[in-house]
Write a new protein. Sequence first.
Length: 185
Amino acid sequence: MKNIYYTSYFAFLSIILFTVAITLNLFQLTINFLSVSGILQPLTDIMPEKEIRILTFLGISFIIFLVLCGLKLITDLFWQFALLFFSKDREGLDLLASKKFSYVFILGGLLAVFLNSSLLYITIVLLVTIIAFIILFLIKQSVNFTVLGMIGFIVFQLAIWSVIGSGVIYAYFTLFAEFFTALPF
């Protein structure tokens, strides 16, 4: 492509696609939970069920959109740090190339929308998309990396995301345990 700005909306579009995929799945789970637990029926006394469904869908999509946007910001930060530390490029060509290859995330988002029946499928599609993006980037931009730089780039990304993932899992289980110890029964 001649103009790099043609691809500037790809990140936003891929976030929207993954948001729709996750929201469609969580929306069905939420509506089923509200129906089975008997919460939906009293809510229909306050407002019509159609409005409850719309508000539920919008609320879930807003939360998922915010989470994915936050992850995108953090990802960009660590991606640029890895490029700073391990790339031989001094003009910013690697950064521009990473924006050019972001069409991979649109393809992954489209696939996730079609496979929205399970959060596991969406998670697998997201992980495969991320791995495919990194592999494509490293293959296309290998001239700007030494062998040690490429290994360092990969290890840096794995280490950062392992620490973040471990922290999130630890926080989840800590909050889960605190919640159950606070229950009166």
